[in-house]
Design a protein around this ligand. Structure first.
Ligand SMILES: Nc1ncnc2c1ncn2[C@@H]1O[C@H](COP(=O)(O)OP(=O)(O)O)[C@@H](O)[C@H]1O
Ligand SMILES: [Mg+2]
Length: 313
């Protein structure tokens, strides 16, 4: 698959803060890539360097097919984290204005604006003032603006993070359609949004890439058998669970079958090395110690478990 964008050893230092510490990744043509990481990980800084708004301290950003002297902005459409709109303009006026800024003729800008406002579901609201738009509508207008010059890569910084549930649905729905037509890179701190939209993921933490690859590959590479045990609301059961978390790594028999134990509220979550042995040993232990529980479930770790582990949350 063609690489549309290649990033190598990207570094950005602000005074004494190193916000981005040598990030490298590729964006493949036709794919949707999520830049995923907690707040402060360096997502916005990375994206601003890709869009040319911020000069990298070090590193290489290469767009495929860029002619010498041509600006990368002609290839990419950008929706910033908090886009600023002129509230007194109508959606149509704003989209036309954005088109002209990108070098479209007045006629082209107008027909393209009309087409895109329809595409993002704003045809009926096109002549209303932006000041009266909902958050979801503003974000959809931002999408129309970003796409006005038919970019090869659509870059969005936290496109749904600030929206209410309805706005999120509206925008996610449109993004699902757009990603079928355009190469997309978006950042998010919400794992669920990445899972819902992306093919590839670059997980960043403290300015560095912690993990990257296709979502399906990462999922299958890191899938571990897990047992979840929901305990009865009784002090003796909780006492047993707390002591189990303490001793599972010091007790030789348990260490051979359980990799990790974690207690959250009344649920004990065990990442196991051998599901059959673990299930048997655990049922015996529960009976012997008279531990009351309401549910025991065997399954697999989720991407969320992996994300939590990788970002150290
Ligand atoms: N202009 C700036 N000056 C100083 N520090 C900055 C600036 N921009 C970002 N940072 C710092 O760089 C780190 C990464 O920020 P950012 O790229 O905004 O992260 P994210 O978008 O993942 O939340 C943070 O510690 C932030 O405080
Ligand atoms: Mg950010």
């Amino acid at each position: 698959m063609n690489r549309l964008l290649q990033v190598e050893g990207l570094v950005k230092t602000f005074g004494t803060t190193q916000a981005v510490k040598g990030i490298g990744f590729n964006i493949k043509e036709g794919r949707c890539t999520a830049l995923l990481g907690p707040n402060g990980a360096g997502k916005t800084t990375t994206i601003r360097m890709l869009t040319g708004l911020l000069k990298p301290t070090e590193g290489k950003i290469e767009f495929q097919g860029l002619r010498p002297g041509e600006d990368q902005r002609s290839l990419l459409g950008y929706l910033p984290q908090s886009p600023a709109f002129h509230n007194w303009m109508s959606g149509m006026e704003y989209a036309v204005y954005a088109g002209k800024l990108c070098g479209l003729s007045a006629g082209e800008a107008k027909s393209r604006a009309k087409e895109l406002l329809g595409r993002v579901g704003l045809a009926d609201a096109a002549n209303r003032k932006i000041g009266g738009y909902s958050g979801g509508m503003k974000q959809r207008l931002g999408l129309a603006q970003a796409l006005i010059h038919r970019p090869r890569l659509l870059v969005m910084d936290e496109p749904v993070s600030a929206l209410d549930p309805i706005g999120r649905r509206e925008v996610l729905g449109i993004l699902k359609e757009l990603k079928e037509e355009t190469t997309v890179l978006f950042s998010t701190h919400v794992l669920h949004d990445a899972e819902e939209l992306c093919d590839d993921v670059v997980i960043i933490q403290s300015g560095q890439v912690a993990l990257q690859g296709s979502l399906s590959q990462i999922q299958s590479d890191h899938r571990r058998p897990v047992i979840e045990l929901k305990l009865e609301d009784k002090e003796s059961s909780m006492e047993w669970a707390r002591s189990f978390v303490e001793r599972h790594q010091t007790d030789d028999a348990w260490r051979m079958i359980i990799e990790d134990a974690h207690l959250e509220d009344r649920t004990l979550r065990l990442t196991v090395l051998d599901m059959e042995k673990a299930r048997q040993a655990l049922t015996e232990e529960l009976a012997k110690q008279r531990v009351g529980f309401v549910r025991l479930e065997a399954g697999y770790s989720s991407l969320e478990d992996l994300f939590m582990k990788v970002v150290g949350a």
